[in-house]
Design a protein around this ligand. Structure first.
Ligand code: MN
Length: 194
């Protein structure tokens, strides 16, 4: 089964000025595509040829793990944005954020701090265990909470390629912009589907 680059669920210029068209052209059209092309090449003739991304994230090592996780992570990340985002979580997700982080603002602060401080390249995650309890996971390189049996709810890509064109080296500015286009309704749906 060959994986294909999913279309973005919005126009390339729709997230301006928070994430520019140029960043999306490179990040989606080149970086994400390259992970998918590499994955398709690497799984050929292996036991993962027909596997799902989730299975490869849980079971594969080396290049297949890295490219499967980067394929999943980027799709998950790009699907979280909207030019007309829901700005505040509500319902069950909001209740869980209050229960596990104190309140929504404290969650945003802790996620932002973790994402800013994560050394090198990686992904900041909000994840849940099977009981719905929330946790933060700051994972290096292609890391994904599925690897630890946790369910991913929200992620921020902190590889430099995610922000260098818009913010140069200023990761904190990029994370500020990330919150401006994050659509909480997407995260609510993921939490409801657990
Ligand atoms: Mn990326």
């Amino acid at each position: 089964m060959a994986f294909k680059l999913p279309d973005l669920p919005y126009a390339l210029d729709a997230l301006n000025p928070y994430i520019s068209k140029q960043t999306l052209e490179f990040h989606h059209g080149k970086h994400h595509l390259t992970y998918i092309n590499n994955l398709n090449k690497q799984i050929e003739g292996t036991k993962f040829e027909q596997a799902t991304l989730e299975t490869m994230i849980q079971e594969a090592e080396g290049g297949i793990f890295n490219n499967a996780a980067q394929t999943f992570n980027h799709t998950f990340y790009f699907e979280s944005f909207s030019p007309k985002p829901k700005k505040t979580p509500e319902g069950k997700l909001a209740e869980a954020l209050r229960r596990d982080f104190g309140n929504v603002e404290k969650f945003v602060e802790a996620f932002t701090q973790g994402a800013t401080a994560l050394f090198g390249s990686g992904w900041a995650w909000l994840a849940a265990d099977k009981s719905g309890k929330l946790c933060l996971k700051m994972l290096s390189n292609a890391g994904n909470p599925l690897r630890e049996g946790l369910l991913p709810l929200l992620t921020c890509d902190v590889w430099e390629h995610a922000y260098y064109l818009d913010c140069q080296n200023r990761r904190a500015d990029y994370i500020k912009n990330f919150w401006q286009v994050l659509d909480w309704s997407v995260v609510e749906k993921r939490y409801a589907a657990l």
